[in-house]
Ligand binder design. Structure first.
Ligand code: ATP
Length: 242
């Protein structure tokens, strides 16, 4: 009797050689929630690499308090030694802003893909865009947001105060999201186009609140517990937010 061979992996499953987690933000300032999020998703999604992308001048936020240089320095201090995989601080949005070009996530992801040049390499690399639930709500206002589904997977971290219910979102976005939504394993099956919600998080921490408290009360017990120690020292030396 012939021995049945194990079913082979679907062709697409063998194509992904590397997963890259992309995490952008104002980081004004970077806080423990940011570090915890990246650590959480790095482990959960077993990514091979992380790219942190500080925003130039985010078009949906009023002026940033810390300079781009300071926000980059704070990111370096916050993530130093914190991740189990290689990571880099991708400065393309800051560089574009310096030449008065507005920064949009769709351009950032397109650029990353074009850096890898040929189509085959791009098929082998899964890009995973990580956003918080507040940005999930904003997503359908982003420039060419539909195209982002053709460049990266999108994962969303739950955040206190923001619903993850699709019926609270614009219908075109909700429909596309629903269509792309799958199991976490799907993110390893293809290089873009899948979505996933991490509903089990509830870290009540926000840069706006930290900034306001630092401005009004200086470094309190509360704020010092929310920011990495080395970042706190940097803030103090450079008198940022006071
Ligand atoms: P702000 O309070 O000014 O909106 P922030 O704390 O959201 O700032 P950002 O630098 O704007 O900080 O955030 C970068 C990314 O991290 C965004 O996608 C945001 O949704 C996500 N994020 C930040 N804090 C949390 C949190 N506590 N839970 C889940 N996602 C978060």
């Amino acid at each position: 009797m012939g021995v049945k061979s194990a079913p082979s992996e679907p062709a697409a499953a063998t194509r992904i050689q590397r997963s890259v987690l992309v995490f952008g933000g104002s980081f004004d300032p970077v806080h423990n929630g940011h570090v915890a999020l990246v650590q959480h998703f790095t482990m959960l999604l077993k990514v091979d690499e992380v790219r942190l992308v500080p925003a130039g001048q985010p078009w949906q936020k009023a002026g940033l308090k810390a300079s781009a240089e300071q926000r980059i320095k704070m990111l370096e201090l916050a993530f130093d030694g914190q991740l189990s995989v290689p990571y880099s601080i991708d400065q393309q949005e800051v560089e574009r802003a310096a030449t008065q070009i507005p920064s949009y996530t769709v351009d950032t992801l397109t650029n990353m893909r074009s850096q890898w040049g040929n189509a085959q390499l791009n098929e082998e690399i899964a890009l995973i865009l990580l956003i918080g639930a507040d940005q999930f709500h904003n997503f359908a206002t982003w420039k060419n947001w539909q195209q982002i589904f053709n460049l990266a997977h999108i994962v969303v971290a739950a955040r206190p105060g923001y619903s993850l219910q699709l019926d609270t979102l614009p219908s075109e976005f909700a429909a596309l999201w629903q269509q792309a939504n799958g199991a976490i394993e799907d993110l390893k099956q293809c290089s873009f186009g899948k979505t996933w919600l991490e509903t089990d998080l509830a870290w009540d921490i926000s840069a706006t609140r930290i900034r306001d408290e630092l401005q009004q009360q200086g470094q309190t017990k509360e704020t010092t517990s929310l920011i990495p120690r080395k970042v706190l020292d940097y803030l103090q030396v450079h008198h940022i937010y006071n």
